[in-house]
Ligand binder design. Structure first.
Ligand code: DGJ
Length: 736
């Protein structure tokens, strides 16, 4: 692992154990020469500057032709490179041309944090800073690259400085771009809607622009700030794939442009819709980090690199290591219709079943009897919770359960004390009535007084009782933006400032309450992004808790996120979103692939289901370490085959593994299926055990132990299960 500079070729090379990332300076321009499987040389010849139309110093009459094919590492607007710009400025004179040339570089043995922004961190890191400059426009760009000693990802970020004497406006500042030849690659994106987030799409890259974006002020249910570029016939364990993931929680764009020469330009960064940033002389703008992953070991190789990176270098706090308490959340149990007695009854039964925490969801404050009112009034509704929060938490704690609470700090209802006192605190364009969504407005937390109000209101509640978990929700998107504080030429900064304000609030929260378990959420999974993972080790995956719908959602999520980050609960049937009935065991197996908890009225579910809960919790404790810290291997995709699903979690030392198998559709006269496993040690002998729900213990499946190579190449016979939506777990433990 290391970063090197070769003076002769003016070339840069970043090497991790398996990956190389190369650049070189040609005629003053910084070009991208290679990103892929680790190589020995610097690849500077891949800049192809000896081909016509040559570099401008040899052929100035055709500069534009050169600019339009040179693999520019950080392309800028107005130079003749028509394949998409990472940077677009506007000078005080209204001009947009910017041409960045190499100025200097520095290699260091550390990775710096990004001010105000989430970013990966770690002690054993190396970084490269390359300064590019346009002296005429008075702009400097600092390109930052980092690698860690124990991971194959390459991290990039950019900061832009105004070194002129006049204001400069940034119209687009993307965080990364790189070019490469198209080898019949396909594009992978994660898309959806409410209750159907992050479904995997793979499609061939035709000519022109392709990609995903959000202009909704948050990451969104619709798209993920991720694109993958995969070789033809990519599979879980074979083929090449590049993963590009933005560590950010607001508007984004992630694109690929396939040009006239069948070369790709990959770009990722803050979405340019609703974005403009004024830089006064001497000021600097820092753009968020992008994570670049290359795998020559298929999609699975990419997933595992992302998982390790996020677990080891992004997630913080004590719960990064600790098992998450098994919680029961009252949302699907009661919605708004609850009081202290109902919650305590749920807690009593939960305690008997071995559940470890009660989470009180939306509806505990102000006159919040439905979702039309009271957001912003963060005082306890004592009609519902008699004696207040202190009393309720004491009763819950006395049962041996921790207590958690829901907030939606960024919002304000028009029918609230807060709005009546401060109608001007909602984001709105002066003179226009702001648009409602779920009957709520968005607080302008970019204003310090409002941010402080929000923080103090949340802190006051947290200080009033023994609260050990917070679910931070956000249930609408940002649309008609207007700031009362910002001048006209800074209105375009509102959406990015909003994201920075969310980050600042969450940083304050986890700093003041370091033991708090924070779970982010946005109407389900609309803020499932690496930015939020920096503040909360887990994020609510989706409001769709149906086990079968969750197969596709969790498969898409696990493509890039560790299972330890995925909020997943066992809920009641018929499922509240799709009306499907699924066996209680299966609901448990699917929730086990995430943080594991319950979201149902435990006092009302069928006795047979309730009886299974202690066994399920035992199952969670038996396997959570494997799930949370192991390597993830996808064996089958229900999203693709519509029949069955399977995945494995394998311990790092390969001494044990857990196979989860879900048969979605039972078929007549199909006796069994041979399933080939992955990720095992070919030379280790594994004993096969199943988890017996009735007795809450493991059972040996057969006295015969099988070697890893047999299980991976020949496979394991999984019998046809009786019925739809059935599942089983197989625990593999190596002998000796
Ligand atoms: C959306 C969340 O995803 C749900 O889990 C629940 O907390 C509701 N909001 C409450 O309004």
């Amino acid at each position: 692992m290391g970063i090197s500079y070769d003076e002769r070729n003016m070339s840069f090379k970043l090497d991790t154990a398996k990956v190389s990332y190369c650049m070189a300076v040609a005629d003053g321009y910084l070009g991208h020469s290679y990103f892929g499987k680790r190589i020995s040389d610097d690849a500077s010849q891949l800049l192809r500057i000896k081909e016509a139309p040559y570099t401008p110093d040899k052929n100035a009459r055709d500069k534009l032709s050169f600019m339009d094919c040179f693999p520019m590492e950080y392309p800028t607007h107005g130079t003749g490179d028509f394949r998409g710009d990472a940077l677009k400025i506007r000078t005080a004179g209204g001009h947009r041309v910017c041409e960045l040339r190499y100025a200097s570089h520095e290699i260091t043995k550390e990775k710096k944090r990004l001010p105000g922004l989430p970013a990966t961190f770690g002690d054993k890191a190396e970084s490269l800073k390359i300064k590019l400059a346009d002296e005429i426009a008075g702009v400097e760009a600092e390109l930052n690259y980092s690698i860690f000693d124990d991971n194959d990802a390459v991290m990039r970020s950019v900061s832009i400085k105004n070194v002129s004497n006049e204001d400069i406006y940034l119209e687009r500042v993307l965080s990364a771009a790189f070019d490469m030849d198209n080898r019949e690659y396909s594009l992978i994106t994660l898309n959806g809607t409410w209750a159907r987030e992050r479904h995997i799409d793979i499609y061939p890259i035709g000519k022109g622009f392709h990609g995903v974006s959000s202009n909704r002020g948050e990451t969104s249910h619709q798209h993920q700030p991720f694109i993958g570029i995969a070789s033809k016939n990519i599979s879980q364990e074979t083929g090449e794939v590049y993963g590009v993931h933005l560590v950010y929680s607001g508007n984004f764009q992630a694109t690929v442009y396939n040009d006239q020469f069948d070369r790709l330009r990959v770009m990722s960064g803050i979405g340019e819709d609703d974005f403009e940033w004024k830089l006064s002389p001497g000021e600097e703008f820092v753009a968020p980090e992008v994570v670049l992953v290359y795998s020559s070991e298929g999609l699975g190789g990419m997933s595992r690199t992302f998982h390790d990176l996020y677990r080891d270098h992004l997630i913080r706090g004590k719960y990064r290591e600790l098992p998450r308490p098994v919680l029961i959340n009252n949302w699907e149990a009661t919605y708004f219709d609850f009081d202290d007695e109902k919650l305590v009854k749920i807690a009593e039964q939960a305690a008997k079943s071995g559940i470890e925490m009660l989470v009180m969801d939306d509806g505990w404050f102000g006159n919040r009897y439905d979702d039309n009112r009271a957001l912003g009034d963060w005082t306890v509704n004592e009609e519902k919770l008699k004696g207040g929060l202190g009393k309720l938490t004491e009763r819950v704690n006395a049962l041996g359960l921790k207590f958690g609470i829901w907030f939606e700090p960024e919002m304000i209802s028009p029918d609230s004390e807060l709005y009546r006192a401060h109608p001007d605190w909602a984001i709105a364009v002066p003179g226009r009535k702001a648009g409602l969504c779920r009957n709520q407005y968005v607080l302008d937390i970019t204003r310090k007084e409002i941010r402080d109000y929000v923080f103090d209101a949340v802190a006051k509640v947290l200080d009033s009782a023994n609260i050990e978990y917070v679910k931070w929700d956000m249930n609408r998107q940002l649309a008609d933006l207007g700031s009362l504080e910002l001048p006209a030429d800074r209105q375009g900064e509102l959406s990015h400032r909003y994201v920075l304000a969310v980050y600042e609030l969450q940083e304050r929260l986890i700093t003041k309450y370091p033991d708090l378990l924070l779970e982010n959420c946005s109407g389900g999974g609309a803020r499932f992004d690496p930015g939020m993972l920096y503040y909360s080790p887990q994020i609510w995956c989706s409001d769709d808790t149906d086990a079968i719908e969750r197969l596709a959602i969790q498969e898409g999520t696990a493509l890039i996120y560790p299972l330890s980050a995925m909020g997943a609960h066992v809920s009641d049937c018929p499922n509240h979103t799709v009306g499907r009935n699924t066996p209680f065991e299966t609901r448990g197996y699917v929730a086990l692939a995430g943080t594991f908890g319950y979201e149902l009225d435990i006092t009302k579910i069928p006795e047979a289901d309730r009886k299974q809960i202690p066994a399920q919790i035992k199952m969670y404790h038996r396997y959570h370490e494997l799930v949370a810290k192991g390597d993830y291997y996808r064996i089958a995709s229900y999203h693709e085959n519509r029949l069955w699903d399977a995945w494995m979690c394998v311990s790092k030392d390969k001494k044990e593994a857990l196979l989860t198998f879900i048969q979605v559709v039972g078929r007549p006269n199909h006796h069994s299926r041979i399933v080939r496993l992955s990720g095992l040690d070919p030379d280790k002998k594994y004993r096969l055990l199943s988890f017996d729900m009735e007795n809450a213990e493991e059972k040996i499946i057969s006295e015969v132990c099988l070697k890893g190579d047999t299980l991976m190449n020949a496979g394991l016979v999984i019998p046809q299960l009786w019925g739809d939506n059935k599942g089983l777990l197989i625990h593999l433990v190596s002998e000796g």
